[in-house]
Design a protein around this ligand. Sequence first.
Ligand SMILES: *Cc1c(COP(=O)(O)O)cnc(C)c1O
Length: 361
Amino acid sequence: MQNRVFNFNPGPSALPITVLNQIQKELLNYKSTGMSILETSHRSPEYEEINDSAIALCKEFMGIGDEFHVLFVGGGASTQFDYIPLNFLPVGGTAAYVDTGTWASKAVKEAEKIGNVHLAGSSKDLDYTYILSTSELDIPEDSAYLHITSNNTIKGTQWHSFPDTENIPLVCDMSSDICSRNLDFPRFSLIYAGAQKNLGPSGVTVVILRKDFLEKCNPDLPTMFDYRTHVNKKSLFNTPPVFAVYTLNLVLKWIKNLGGLGELEKITKAKKDIIYNLIDTYPDFFRGTVREDSRSWMNVTLRLPSEELEQKLVAKGKESGFVGLKGHRSVGGIRVSLYNGVPLEAAEKVAEFMEDFKKAN
Ligand SMILES: *Cc1c(COP(=O)(O)O)cnc(C)c1O
């Protein structure tokens, strides 16, 4: 593919080339309607088919049934930081949160504006370089829910086993690792994710919501901030982000064609192994920033011996067709984001490039 770079952008991020080609192919005339999906009513049968298909594929991949609702809403994952306590933190109640990095901290900050928050655990003591074990968490028995962030996009850590919360509903921000690996999805009461990292473009947020959890929803909420509004209208109460949901559906179909989440997980593992192997082979040059048992399969974060070398690697990378390797401005260093849309070949090629860079420097 001429002029296409290897794209490691942290979000919005790479989309599968087959998805982009299909969008291009049907952009002017969607399914013989004589118009673009961009110009199509969200009340049309064409859009209904897209909405239904995306819901069905999410359910299929996550192994969830009619005990869950699947919503596609606007506002990004950040708006969910407010939705969740507004809907599920009762007056006088307490919600437990685990603080594992930038996005988790933001979720805590929003919930504190709405009600009582109990910090069940934090890895701030070591600059968020690890994930707490279940025994390190302090979850009050009467918590309305426990909120965690499955993958910490900026710090490069990821939960590899989840706390057993028994009767306390588990709520999870999966924005940067949703549908990249097989998980026991039904154990979560609420999962949410901005689509722009693993499942599509920005503009749509996926919300997976257990029906029995929804029954505990607070009364008298503003209409648009009440989950029931969107559940009752199948995400069609107001105009949904049609083009984003259409693209999301194409990405889900692409995953289906690969063979589903099990197959995708194999690719995810192969990609992260290639980059971590570099860190393990040359630990003095490529210094991993997080504890080994907490390594993210999506965002590999590392430091080089000097900031000068880091800048040089980013610049050289860009010249050689590898973009998006700069660490988040708040942490510096290098970050290799390996979301679903990043092909295995990209991980192989960037590892070769990095190894050559090491030898030359
Ligand atoms: C990117 C990201 C967000 C923010 O998503 P928006 O859709 O931009 O609001 C939240 N949480 C995590 C874990 C993220 O990676």
